[in-house]
Design a protein around this ligand. Structure first.
Ligand SMILES: [Zn+2]
Length: 68
């Protein structure tokens, strides 16, 4: 096995979201996150896209549904 002394050392950091090692370099546009998903989750974008809550449920709605 060749020595890795000639290879560029890749700096790895723990992804703030999932804790997995992520490459901290221009190769990783999502740094310090490991992936686009983790970056979006951390920013709250992912949750907003997937689970959009339009209006809060109030007690009147709950009552009328229970009667039906
Ligand atoms: Zn991650």
């Amino acid at each position: 096995m060749p020595s890795d002394s000639t290879q560029k050392k890749v700096r790895l950091v723990a992804c703030p979201e999932c804790g997995e090692p992520s490459e901290f370099s221009p190769n990783n546009p999502f740094r310090p996150f490991c992936s686009e998903r983790c970056k979006m989750v951390d920013l709250g974008i992912w949750a907003n896209e997937g689970y959009r809550i339009e209006t809060p449920i109030n007690s009147d709605d709950l009552d009328s549904e229970a009667l039906n």
